[in-house]
Design a protein around this ligand. Structure first.
Ligand code: HEC
Ligand code: HEC
Length: 346
């Protein structure tokens, strides 16, 4: 009897692992293991989630969808400093690009959502984004024959509720994998960097030059970020109360986390300007000038930022241009054009 039970448990485990693997086809080269979502292991809700992602039905006046602020051609960000939600409200932070989300331990610039599933629950009811309460959202979806049929395919006879809506959108988001840039081809041995790009790669990973490696990984870990939180010295703040946006600290109330933000990936920067949590830089040139000469002293500035007192690493123009040439190789044209991720209503 007991062995029957263990056999069933084992089969279920293998089955759910297999389902989870199907997401990724093959783990991209030099990606660490993803964070698995034990409570949402299938991808049967992918098609449903993809439709919901592109459907303004989840906003109060049916004017805004997730895709309004997360557009595929911009690697699922929106190229605005701040995004426009319902009633022309502006968000207080820059829209984040969406890719390789399964590898992030936390979501949002301030880490306030632990999982992709939990993240989805925020924008729908946020007054500056979609402004719709979840009861009304559930009602709308339950009334639609189109979605009823899609829900049945994804979740059987389960009652349509906010958690299943979130699960299906999260399944779509988890599949947004970007690992096919020139940089990836080089890692796979299918292409070469130009001399300029290679020099840039070396500066990024050289602590006496770009010194980017502690936070933005490109050597050994191909995600382009550690996924952690840091204060990279954007603003001067000698007291905790001086931070205009407290970032992670505003979420967890830990003083030493004030002014820290999620470290974004170096992937797809060609599509995602403007940069930083408040979109303050329009070009990669401005970003490099900042890291080279514009670093500010502040009470929680990361100790891995070198030469803070001197404003940064003081790179030459040639070195900056080489780094930018390398950063461009991390942009993945096939991702922003992948038909699997496009608007299914078109
Ligand atoms: C009005 C614009 C807007 C809408 C609509 C919107 N978002 Fe966002 N999204 C943002 C902004 C701005 C951020 C960063 C907010 C922050 O960190 O405080 C963000 C962050 C995220 C993140 C975090 C990514 C990361 O790397 O941590 C995910 C995931 C996400 N949004 C998915 C969605 C989904 C799914 C929907 C639809 C249910 C949606 N968004 C609707 C603007 C929007
Ligand atoms: C100590 C950690 C750290 C180091 C070192 C570091 N960064 Fe960053 N980087 C961050 C953080 C944190 C952010 C987000 C800051 C914010 O918006 O408040 C960021 C943001 C960026 C962005 C904006 C991306 C976006 O999507 O908005 C780029 C580009 C960037 N860094 C490139 C670099 C380069 C190039 C180097 C090396 C010259 C470097 N970084 C060094 C932590 C670091």
């Amino acid at each position: 009897m007991k062995s029957w039970i263990s056999a069933i448990i084992l089969c279920t485990l293998i089955y759910s692992f297999k389902e989870f693997q199907d997401y990724f086809e093959e783990r991209p080269k030099f990606f660490p293991p993803p964070y698995s979502s034990t409570n949402n292991p299938t991808h049967l809700g992918y098609d449903l989630g993809r439709h919901l992602f592109y459907d303004p039905i989840l906003s109060i006046d049916s004017s805004i969808s997730c895709a309004s602020c997360h557009q595929q051609s911009s690697a699922f960000s929106d190229n605005l400093r701040f995004s426009k939600g319902v009633n022309d409200n502006l968000t207080s932070r820059n829209s984040m690009p969406l890719f390789n989300l399964a590898w992030y331990p936390k979501m949002f610039w301030d880490g306030r959502a632990k999982t992709i599933e939990e993240q989805v629950l925020h924008p729908v009811r946020h007054s500056k984004e979609m402004g719709l309460n979840w009861l009304e959202a559930e009602k709308r979806i339950s009334k639609s024959p189109f979605y009823k049929q899609k829900f049945k395919k994804a979740f059987g006879d389960a009652k349509i509720d906010s958690f299943l809506i979130a699960k299906s959108i999260a399944q779509f988001e988890r599949a947004l994998i970007s690992a096919n840039s020139k940089y990836d081809s080089v890692l796979r041995g299918q292409a070469y960097f130009t001399a300029k790009e290679l020099a840039g790669f070396n500066h990024v990973n050289d602590q006496t030059k770009g010194n980017c490696l502690h936070c933005h990984t490109t050597d050994g870990n191909a995600l382009g970020t550690t996924g952690k939180f840091s204060n990279n010295g954007l603003d001067t703040a000698m007291l905790h109360i001086s931070f205009k946006d407290k970032g992670l600290g505003g979420n967890n109330n830990i003083l030493s986390d004030y002014g820290k933000f999620k470290i974004p990936s170096l992937r797809n920067l060609l599509y995602t300007a403007p940069y930083m949590h408040d979109g303050r830089f329009n070009t990669l040139e401005e970003v490099l000038d900042f890291y080279s000469e514009g670093i500010n002293q502040s009470i929680t500035v990361d100790s891995k930022i070198a030469n803070v007192l001197n404003g940064g690493q003081h790179l030459t123009n040639k070195e900056k241009q080489e780094i930018i040439a390398f950063l461009k190789t991390l942009s993945d044209d096939s991702f922003v054009k992948n038909k699997k991720f496009s608007n299914p209503f078109k």
